[in-house]
Design a protein. Sequence first.
Length: 493
Amino acid sequence: MAAENHTCACGCKSTEDTDATAGLQADLSTVEDVDLLVVGGGKAGKSLAMLRAKKGDRVVMVERDKVGGTCINVACIPTKTLVTSARVLETVRKSASYGASLPGGSDELSKAVVSLEALRARKEKIVGAMVGAHEKMFPASGMDFVKGTATFVAPKTVSIALNDGGTRVIRGAKVLINTGTTPAVPPIDGLKDVDFWTSEDLLRLTELPKDMVILGGGVIGVEMASMMSSFGVSITLVDGGEHILAREDADAADVIRESLEAQGVTVLNDFRAASVSSDNGTITVKADDGREVAGERLLVALGRTPVTKNLNLEAAGVELTDRGFVKVDDRLQTTAEGVYSAGDVAGSPQFTHVSWNDFRVLRDLFDGKDASTKDRLIPWTVFVTPELGRVGMSETEAREAGKNIRVAKVPTANVPRAKTLGETDGFFKIVVDADTDKILGATIIGSEAGEVITSVQMAMLGGLTWQQVRDAVIAHPTMSEGLNIVLDAMPAK
Ligand SMILES: Cc1cc2nc3c(=O)[nH]c(=O)nc-3n(C[C@H](O)[C@H](O)[C@H](O)COP(=O)(O)OP(=O)(O)OC[C@H]3O[C@@H](n4cnc5c(N)ncnc54)[C@H](O)[C@@H]3O)c2cc1C
């Protein structure tokens, strides 16, 4: 962990750069005017920059280090590349149960291990190809892609410390702030003094430790636990809440916990880390109730902090929320006229597909159409085995909202395709409005749940009743057929 820490608005320490804006002055006589200035090349920013440049606007996009943004460099793409390797390993290990063995019937496949070099090479090839494609697409769109760090020096105006040396000052008629988030590092006693890992450190794949403690049972912590366990690392996953995956119903979190435990992961709940220390290559985390866990490595997966500290947003008249995100309305307009913000830094739910949707909102607004982020339906997937797909309200959320609901739930084992795959853990659960028969949400746990959930999302977007989905002809045997099966099991009113 090389990053400097500082205290952010939520009281936690962050891996974001320390404030480098003090005393910043720019020579405004050298200002270059453009139609659109994009600060940070995340999913929303790069999409908008390319589109507007192709439409003939003068566009500058500034990116300090990750060409293509967080997703392709250090988040979704590398993690899912590794999750695929982890799943292949697990399948190979149980290949005998599928009737596959080496010549002579040897069960050596059950002992398959990971090769760190091959793992890293595969990941780097996939990420490298995507970064390379962006290096070509950006200039091809007609935008001016500037590698450097942008800091506001006046309204709509940034000074860019160029990576190759020198400075440029750019003013945009319109400006988009899309600087993302970095791993949060809460103020846990002793944490900043130990050599902990964030997801970015882990993804460098410099080593596979013997054992590792993961702090945080959110999506990132859970995905990393499952994946690293498959790679042979002994994992202890600790979470401060009653159950891991706090946004999910307890029954869903239980299925994922059980699958992690079956893999050999130790999962501890209600574990509120109070202090961290390091001794002789072992990092120990103590909870406020006296429990202790230890490992050769510690992964901190306790949320993400918005990247705003280095931006000098006061100079731009851009205000932050009390949680430190850029304050935007449902048209992604900040408190400064003509300045927009999108993606993680704007407080949008932290998914690449949400940042991409922010782009579509801005695309339409910039084209003079109406668009907003209000009431959008956001699905997500937790890439563990079995996979979890979620859209709309959970059962808990629907009950807390006082909805009059009906809940259909069946084990994934009831789905014929799950049997043929040999992946029967999990359940299909759909929550419907008892008054309107419209679907309020779904949680699906099983193979390809992230794909199946899209069908539920489309039904919700199309305003279908649950009976219409129940009676739709779905191909057999597919995992999506589980939608027929679960809705057939809707309990009577
Ligand atoms: C380990 C991990 C796994 C994830 N997996 C998934 C997943 O499977 N699916 C999913 O949907 N989401 C996933 N996410 C979340 C997803 O990566 C983020 O929500 C998404 O990348 C946010 O994109 P963004 O558009 O907000 O900006 P980002 O992609 O974060 O881009 C912001 C860019 O701004 C640049 N920048 C910052 N400050 C400056 C400055 N001053 N000057 C110039 N440039 C600057 C940064 O270098 C960065 O490239 C994952 C996240 C992590 C950490």
